[in-house]
Design a protein around this ligand. Structure first.
Ligand code: UDP
Length: 242
């Protein structure tokens, strides 16, 4: 089984790469043939000579474009990605804490080829609290009330190559259509992802697969830890270029 892992680390986010790669090699679906597509502006990234690490030059983009433009960024390697069975994206500050098996993570036949993760911050809350794009009906991410059911986090998702490449293409077009009309959805790529899955039936993993390090109180088994960015100065500092 061949799995492509998509990983963006521009600017200060390169600090997370070594821990992500090392923990993935140890714990993420051991036995699978994993290749890493690393989009970065760093020239001296650790493991950059590893035969399964493909470093792709990616200029630093100011917030929120660093996250919003991810579908444009992924589509740069679309041709290479077609050779894989599965494709998954992980936020830069993800760290695998224990072995993740194919059985617990990959989508089944009923999941239309997609795996997503329920958002820790909103799991169990009333639907009215979910931060979809609810205001701007012109946005391609606008979520009609009838489709408001679950809220997934944008930081871990993927699926079969066919299903995830279809998602990448459609969401790239949707983000671009919004931008062309001067629109940015409430939570960027995450709003578009939620709109996309609202009319599909992905495998929805519990929030432990995107467990925020700073929320030790959450009642889920931490499986993929999202490292606390406050230790490194917080969001505002990390998203600055220098
Ligand atoms: N990112 C990046 N450089 C930046 C900002 C963001 O590489 O300057 C990438 C990185 O992969 C990160 C993702 O965009 O994990 C999402 O950004 P962030 O973690 O800040 O957003 P959050 O998921 O916390 O909303």
């Amino acid at each position: 089984m061949k799995i492509a892992l998509l990983y963006i680390c521009t600017g200060k986010y390169t600090v997370f790469w070594d821990e992500f790669f090392t923990s993935s090699e140890q714990y993420f679906i051991p036995g699978a043939e994993k290749e890493y597509f690393v989009f970065t502006d760093a020239t001296d990234l650790p493991h950059n000579n590893h035969p399964r690490v493909h470093v792709i030059e990616q200029e630093w983009l100011a917030w929120p474009y660093a996250t919003l433009m991810r579908f444009h960024i992924f589509s740069r390697v679309e041709t290479q990605l077609r050779a894989f069975d599965y494709i998954f994206f992980f936020n830069a500050n993800a760290q695998f804490l224990r072995t993740i098996t194919a059985e617990e993570f990959l989508p089944g036949p009923e999941h239309e080829g997609l795996t997503v993760v329920s958002s820790p911050g909103f799991h169990g809350q009333p639907v009215k609290n979910f931060p979809y794009e609810k205001k701007d009906k012109r946005s391609k991410a606008y979520m009609p009330p009838a489709l408001r059911k679950i809220y997934v986090q944008g930081g871990v998702n993927g699926g079969t190559a066919a299903a995830f490449l279809a998602l990448i293409q459609e969401l790239k077009q949707n983000v671009q259509s919004d931008l062309d009309r001067g629109i940015i959805a409430a939570w960027h790529d995450e709003s578009h992802l939620n709109r996309y899955i609202a009319e599909r039936h992905p495998r929805v993993l519990p929030p432990g697969y995107i467990f925020p390090e700073e929320r030790k109180d959450l009642p889920f088994e931490p499986v993929i830890l999202i490292r606390d960015k406050n230790r490194l100065g917080g969001n505002a500092a990390l998203r600055q270029h220098t």
